[in-house]
Design a protein. Structure first.
Length: 176
């Protein structure tokens, strides 16, 4: 069943693609490696210093991008969900998933406060052998408090869930 109105909806969420997480870990390891190798060298070559500085700068630019840039989610064109973060883009087809659920997660931050994350989980495969794809957004404390009371009106990802619930009711399984 598709959308007959073809009304596109977009919003932004705080989600960094998994491949960027992996790239940041690699850059971090390279930064430490270059730093240690430059520290251990007696006489430093200009080329080594420039390469080391370039890797360190790339790492810090990556950290800033991960903190500042948000993922744009667009849906409303039949069953396709389009996601774009900086220059990376990917598509999710609701038809490929057998179930969609949502939940609220929390964890302690290093500063001692709580971080709340809203997860929209899409299940591919079947009930016994499935793979989960998630879209997630970090919530501000007042919005998270509303979610704890089961009021999800201010959560951006609920717009997508409501769309799925309206157009693909057999896939929308509710709160998990």
């Amino acid at each position: 069943m598709g959308n007959t109105e073809n009304k596109r909806t977009s919003f932004k969420i705080r989600q960094v693609p998994h491949c960027v997480d992996i790239a940041m870990v690699i850059l971090m390891i390279m930064t430490f490696g270059v730093t240690l190798s430059l520290k251990g060298m007696g006489k430093k070559d200009k080329t080594d210093v420039i390469i080391g500085m370039a890797i360190c700068i790339l790492f810090f630019i990556g950290v800033i991008c991960c903190c500042v840039c948000k993922t744009k989610v667009t849906f409303g064109e039949d069953s396709i969900i389009r996601c774009r973060w900086l220059f990376l883009s990917w598509k999710l087809d609701i038809q490929d998933y057998y179930a969609v659920t949502y939940t609220l997660g929390s964890k302690r931050s290093r500063g001692g406060g709580m971080i709340y994350i809203f997860y929209l989980m899409l299940y591919r495969g079947n009930e016994t052998a499935y793979k989960v794809t998630d879209l997630r957004d970090r919530l501000a404390p007042p919005i998270a408090e509303q979610c704890i009371r089961r009021k999800f009106d201010d959560v951006q990802l609920m717009k997508l869930y409501r769309y799925i619930e309206e157009h693909y009711p057999e896939k929308a399984k509710g709160y998990e």
